[in-house]
Design a protein around this ligand. Sequence first.
Ligand SMILES: *Cc1c(COP(=O)(O)O)cnc(C)c1O
Length: 388
Amino acid sequence: MAQTDVYGWLDKSLTTIKKANWYRQTKAIAGKAGAVVELNGRQVVNFASNDYLGLAGDDRLINAAIAATKEFGTGSTGSRLTSGHRELHRELEQAIATLKQTEDALVFSSGYLANLGTISAIVNKRDVIFGDQYNHSSLKNGAKLSSATCFDFPHNDVETLREQLTEHRAKYRRCLITADSVFSMDGDLCPLPQLIVLAEEFNAMLLVDEAHATGVLGTTGAGVTAYFNCTGKPIIQIGTLSKALGSLGGYVAAPAKLIDFLRNRAATWIYTTGLSPADTAAAIAAIEIIQTEPQRRQQLWQNINQLKRALGHAEIVSSESAILCFGLEDSEQALNLGDLLLAKGFFVPAIRPPTVPTSRIRVSVMATHTPQQMRELINLLQANLTID
Ligand SMILES: *Cc1c(COP(=O)(O)O)cnc(C)c1O
């Protein structure tokens, strides 16, 4: 056989991606995480961060990470079941369980790994998963990895979910319903109370991903579960330490027997190195702050509501979180508006297919954005969004 470039297909593939305006590249942020960051040598107001409460640059988290590194070293040096487990990990898991008011919790190296490991551990070939069409990639790939039969239900459509459950549930052994609690690309919430009713009626487990809700919703920042007064229900709550909590890592908060099972069956927890002491200690400090400083959450909601009052009519769907999305005709328009805002000193990302079905500009609000920064962004959006 003639020698060919086995990687030649990549050139074609990349060309196709570029032609569709779907090509992405990283942008380096300089300086400390915060509401203002340095991008390409310029100070810009950051409306692209998941650091909703401004904790990633908080001295208390930084000092906790430094102290833990000095005391324990930089790495955990082993998996939790062999040589990498420390009291600090347990302390964090207990803090999460207390915040979520669950019996126990387990910390993973990322939220993505928490979803992959949990879903693939609790269902398999004989089981079925019903997942919201707009679920995060980690829920979808967790479902694939599990080899369970998977059905997507239309976004937040509990009636169709009921029909699917009625038709298919009985053919399978275990059943799992999955949803983001705050949908990351629109900012709306899952209808949790209705999902709980269906889970009970059809004898299904229910897993919600609170990644964008923890720290943001609920009086103590416990998320959508607390917001809907569903605390104490037998829900599997997944989340991340890397958004409002300003650190790195993921977690599962659930009944103790489920956590015990995961410690024995979740491959992405068993066969990976324990969370670093720095990340663990920073997350512990963050959980303390989100519970004791509700004024941060109040400030965040003041900023969100200001933006909604001014531009709510231009939102793709009505947001109930710190993520607000404004629709544009196509990828090119979204990119152009992103570039224009950047030229004015505002970092607001354009989100395009294939990540989302329709192009948009996505604003992530932080508690630490000043009234002036909020006003300036609102003025720019009002002048540049075509609102009908
Ligand atoms: C960000 C996110 C994750 C991944 O969390 P990481 O800790 O960053 O891996 C999982 N699920 C949802 C819904 C997310 O938004």
